[in-house]
Write a protein that binds this ligand. Structure first.
Ligand SMILES: *[C@@H]1O[C@H](CO)[C@@H](O)[C@H](O)[C@H]1NC(C)=O
Ligand SMILES: *[C@@H]1O[C@H](CO)[C@@H](O)[C@H](O)[C@H]1NC(C)=O
Ligand SMILES: *[C@@H]1O[C@H](CO)[C@@H](O)[C@H](O)[C@H]1NC(C)=O
Ligand SMILES: *[C@@H]1O[C@H](CO)[C@@H](O)[C@H](O)[C@H]1NC(C)=O
Ligand SMILES: *[C@@H]1O[C@H](CO)[C@@H](O)[C@H](O)[C@H]1NC(C)=O
Ligand SMILES: *[C@@H]1O[C@H](CO)[C@@H](O)[C@H](O)[C@H]1NC(C)=O
Ligand SMILES: *[C@@H]1O[C@H](CO)[C@@H](O)[C@H](O)[C@H]1NC(C)=O
Ligand SMILES: *[C@@H]1O[C@H](CO)[C@@H](O)[C@H](O)[C@H]1NC(C)=O
Ligand SMILES: *[C@@H]1O[C@H](CO)[C@@H](O)[C@H](O)[C@H]1NC(C)=O
Length: 888
């Protein structure tokens, strides 16, 4: 069409004029526009649209109108460039998606930036410049007053040429952990500097860092968090002047000792904000600190400070934030601090304080205190006595009193704290009833932790609580016998603990309509019965679900396998068929179904569980062959199939390279002990094949297991002689313990508030001094060999006496002959030695009398001669010498 072209041109012109752009002057200077376009080219937009206003199109010609660009009203030069997404949160809200990813741009700091010679303000923070350093041409921006490159992942040495930025007032290079500066001389020349942030920069060699304070007369804010700062030395101190305008100082997360104090007190009188969190300060709080009366924010947390908290701290009346937590403070909390009128947050947890020291008559506190305090933390101290009266702290949002020795009842007045969001009083000795009145105004409560007390939840079944909780911990409080119906009103919680809660009821169907954000459900140690229906829930994460020690029965529902860790042990589940429906990409890491009523063949579908690290199926009635797919659990560390009716040979576990513990004790397995155990499973710490029908000889490959601490092959049909190479089991010669990566040391509260270990403990049984004993986490402290009750013959190899870390050695009930190696006394840590019921002959080695801790010695039913050596220990404990033939 012949008319279309001019028409479009006309339309464009119209649009151009119509938008008003033609009436205004285009201010943008061409070289700067070209430079900005190149800067854009060097940046990749992670989220489209951020730089959409920058372009070559006609309507975008005025670069002074571009997002983040500001030109001078006089010269039209670009004077400010701000590409930080955080400066534009509101304007670009649409780009801020739920993932909270503020990173919109990635790339490098374009050399074209150089052209913007008139910049006074440059903010490129939060752009991902991974792999790039700070270009030294930045030092040519002689008019620059503000430079922000924080959170940009820039790396390498900070260019000392930045010293030329003599007009710079704000320099923020913080939170770039791959940045370093060997020396801070360059900072000294930035004489206009008011704000300096070098947090996370490696300054381990910058021994002159403390002079920054003295060389920069206008400096008001200095942030050196986590900079690996060298200690202040007295020689560096003498070169320092002592008057500055500094008001904010952050030296947190360094390893500074008390030598920082004299320096600090030499200039710090005007400080408003002092952050010394997480250093290595020790001794008492220095007196001079108590004179820093302008302090509003004082953080001394996570240090090694000790002694009592000085009463005079109460003279710092400007304080709004005080953190004394994680130190070694003891004694009474000073009364004077309750008089700090402006205090909003007070953290004193993890000390040894014994008394809160709130006045008897809380009304006598200055009124202002009640109004301001929002956060109070005294958790993990030794505070005794009754629950403090906090009823007048009407602004309180967070209260931590967990792990103290508070007793008596919780006053109902706590329910009047209408601002309370976070309440943790777990781990005390509180008793009595918790009723609806305790929550009458708790509409904002989101975190409730009462666990580890002996309180009774006295709540009517149709209670409609005023809150929607995110985290609910009622472990060891009496919640039952009925399943708490009010939980149905809580739609969003991510954590629930009602373990040891005296519930003897079935789980209502509505319960499994959980929030998809749930990360921990603990209903363990109740009397919960009935079956568990399947649920369509999809978890966002991989929660821990603990239903152990109840009376649940029937099928294990398939949805449960979508969790990350599952403990169903000690129930009456009888069917595991649902496991066939588990999808291939299961991320389950922990599965314990021990002590249930599962029977028949174990399903052969384990290849779907690539992440499984702990599998415990012990104490069921599984029979048949152990399925081959168990061998495809390539991430497995602990495999416990003990106490079932498994038969035939072990399947190959050659690919289970990370296996640390294998327990198949008390089954009906037979065949030789596979050689791959010694050849392929070099991480093994524990092997228990006890009470099976394994036959043949002990393969010498086992001697390759240099981490092995516990070898139990007892009660099998093994024959042949003991391998001489046993002395290669180096963990049994070496002090210390290999450490199991899979033992959990997390703890929780058991019934009546006692601390119990949570998660899997090994629960391995050993015949220990004649009786079958169960070892939990202490197992890691037992270095032991038990080969008893087999048909082993030949002599006891002398090499075994090199395993000097052995605590337990049992070779009884075999056909061993010859002498007891005279060096047996080298096994200096032995607690029990059983060589009984063999055909050993010769003398009883006198070296045994040197074994200091030998409690049990059984040499009976042999042909030994000589005296049982008497050691002090043996005199007072059991010595079994029935039928021990000895002559004198
Ligand atoms: C330029 O002038 C505009 C309009 O008068 C004003 O809003 C803006 O703040 C000025 N910019 C500078 C950098 O002075
Ligand atoms: C530098 O940028 C970061 C991230 O945008 C911001 O949080 C910080 O306040 C800025 N620093 C200064 C001193 O303005
Ligand atoms: C930053 O960029 C690097 C390489 O370009 C990339 O590997 C990294 O994941 C990015 N980091 C973030 C937080 O976007
Ligand atoms: C720094 O400034 C000095 C004096 O103003 C000048 O001689 C020198 O060239 C500048 N250096 C850099 C790297 O810009
Ligand atoms: C910090 O720098 C020192 C010396 O410059 C270096 O030895 C050390 O490894 C660095 N630390 C880190 C975590 O990069
Ligand atoms: C500072 O001194 C203390 C105590 O002497 C020491 O523990 C700490 O490691 C030192 N810090 C540094 C960064 O050297
Ligand atoms: C200390 O201050 C004096 C006088 O203000 C000055 O001459 C001297 O150079 C300063 N010393 C240091 C180490 O900054
Ligand atoms: C704190 O104030 C009291 C009275 O106001 C005063 O007697 C005491 O000396 C002060 N303590 C310190 C360390 O300044
Ligand atoms: C609470 O503990 C205190 C101090 O340990 C003790 O004196 C008091 O008798 C206890 N009160 C109750 C009710 O157990």
């Amino acid at each position: 069409m012949s008319w279309s072209l001019p028409r479009i041109a006309f339309f464009m012109t119209l649009l151009f004029y119509g938008s008003g752009a033609g009436e205004q002057q285009i201010r943008c200077i061409e070289v700067e526009r070209q430079a900005l376009l190149k800067i854009k080219q060097d940046l990749h937009e992670i989220k489209e649209g951020f730089l959409s206003s920058w372009g070559n199109e006609e309507e975008k010609r005025d670069c002074c109108e571009w997002y983040g660009v500001q030109c001078s009203n006089n010269s039209d030069h670009v004077i400010a460039l701000d590409l930080s997404p955080s400066s534009h949160v509101e304007r670009y809200a649409v780009l801020f998606t739920e993932d909270n990813d503020f990173r919109f741009l990635q790339g490098n700091i374009s050399p074209s930036l150089r052209e913007l010679k008139h910049l006074t303000y440059l903010d490129l923070s939060v752009i991902n410049f991974t792999g790039h350093g700070i270009p030294s041409f930045i030092s040519t921006f002689s008019k620059l007053r503000y430079l922000n490159l924080s959170y940009t992942f820039v790396s390498g040495e900070i260019p000392p040429k930045l010293a030329n930025l003599s007009n710079l007032e704000v320099l923020d290079l913080g939170y770039n952990s791959r940045l370093r500066t060997r020396n801070v001389e360059w900072v000294f020349r930035l004489s206009s500097l008011r704000h300096l942030d070098l947090s996370y920069t490696n300054m381990s060699q910058a021994t002159n860092w403390m002079q920054v304070v003295n060389k920069l007369p206008y400096l008001t804010n200095l942030q050196l968090r986590r900079c690996k700062l060298p200690n202040v030395t007295s020689s560096s101190l003498s070169r320092v002047n002592s008057s500055t305008s500094l008001s904010v100082l952050d030296l947190s997360w360094n390893k500074l000792s008390v030598s920082v104090f004299p320096w600090l007190f030499s200039f710090g009188r005007g400080l408003v904000h002092l952050d010394l969190l997480d250093n290595v300060l020790e001794g008492p709080i220095p007196k001079a600190l108590l004179n820093m009366s302008t302090l509003e924010y004082l953080d001394l947390g996570s240090n090694e400070l000790e002694g009592s908290i000085p009463e005079a701290l109460g003279n710092l009346t400007a304080l709004t934030y005080l953190h004394l937590g994680s130190n070694h403070f003891e004694g009474e909390f000073p009364k004077s601090l309750w008089g700090l009128c402006k205090l909003r947050e007070l953290y004193a947890g993890q000390n040894n304080l014994s008394n809160l020291n709130l006045p008897e008559n809380i009304q006598s506190l200055p009124r202002c205190t009640h109004h301001s305090l929002e956060a109070l933390d005294f958790s993990y101290n030794r505070i005794m006595g009754s629950f403090p009266n906090l009823s007048l702290f009407s602004s309180l949002k967070s209260l931590w009193l967990s792990s103290n020795q508070l007793n008596g009842t919780v006053p109902e007045a706590i329910g009047q704290l209408s601002q309370l969001e976070y309440l943790d009083i777990s781990g005390n000795s509180l008793k009595g009833a918790i009723s609806e009145a305790h929550f009458s105004k708790s509409s904002k409560l989101s975190h409730l932790s009462l666990s580890g007390n002996s309180m009774i939840l006295n709540i009517s079944s149709d209670w409609n609580p005023p809150f929607q909780l995110d985290s609910i911990s009622l472990g060891s409080c009496k919640v039952g016998p009925r399943f708490p119906k009010w939980l149905q009103t809580q739609k969003n919680y991510s954590k629930l603990n009602i373990s040891y809660a005296g519930i003897s009821d079935s789980i209502p169907d509505w319960f499994w309509d959980l929030s998809s954000e749930v990360y921990s459900i603990d209903l363990s140690h109740n009397q919960i019965h009935g079956t568990t229906p399947n649920s369509s829930i999809e978890f966002i994460g991989y929660p821990e679900i603990d239903l152990s020690s109840n009376k649940l029965e029937g099928s294990i529902p398939v949805f449960i396998f979508k969790a990350g860790a599952i403990d169903l042990s000690r129930n009456s589940f009888s069917k595991l068929d649902s496991i066939f429906q588990v999808s291939k990409d299961s991320l389950l890491t922990f599965l314990d179904i021990s002590y249930n009523k599962l029977s028949g063949d174990l399903p052969d579908c384990w290849s779907n569980f690539k992440e499984l690290s702990i599998l415990v199926l012990a104490n069921n009635k599984f029979s048949g062959k152990i399925p081959a797919s168990i061998g495809s659990l390539t991430g497995i560390a602990t495999l416990n199939l003990g106490n079932n009716y498994f038969t035939q040979e072990l399947p190959s576990l050659k690919s289970c390279k990370y296996l640390e513990a294998i327990n198949v004790a008390e089954n009906r397995l037979f065949g030789p002990i596979p050689t791959w155990i010694g050849e392929s499973l070099s991480s093994l710490v524990i092997i228990s094949l006890r009470s099976n029908n394994f036959s043949g000889s002990i393969p010498s490959h086992l001697c390759h297991l240099s981490n092995l601490q516990l070898l139990d092959l007892s009660s099998n049909d093994l024959s042949g002689s003991l391998p001489k190479c046993l002395n290669n089991l180096s963990a049994l010669k070496r002090e210390g313990y290999s450490g199991f990566t899979t033992i959990s040391h997390d703890y929780t509260y058991g019934s009546n508030g006692s601390t119990v270990y949570k998660g899997y403990d090994y629960q391995l049984q050993l015949v220990w001094k004649g009786t079958l004993s169960t070892f939990g986490n202490t197992l890691a402290l037992v270095k032991s060999i038990d080969l008893s009750n087999n048909m082993l013959n030949g002599e006891i190899p002398t090499e075994i006496t090199e395993l000097i870390e052995l605590v337990f050695l049992n070779l009884s009930r075999n056909h061993l002959s010859g002498q007891i190696p005279p060096e047996i006394g080298d096994l200096n840590l032995l607690d029990a030695l059983d060589l009984s019921n063999n055909q050993l002959s010769g003398g009883i080695p006198s070296s045994l009398s040197q074994v200091p801790r030998l409690n049990t010695l059984d040499l009976s039913n042999n042909n030994l001669s000589g005296k049982i050596p008497i050691s002090t220990q043996l005199q007072s404990f059991e010595v079994r010498r029935t039928n021990c033939s000895y002559s004198s």
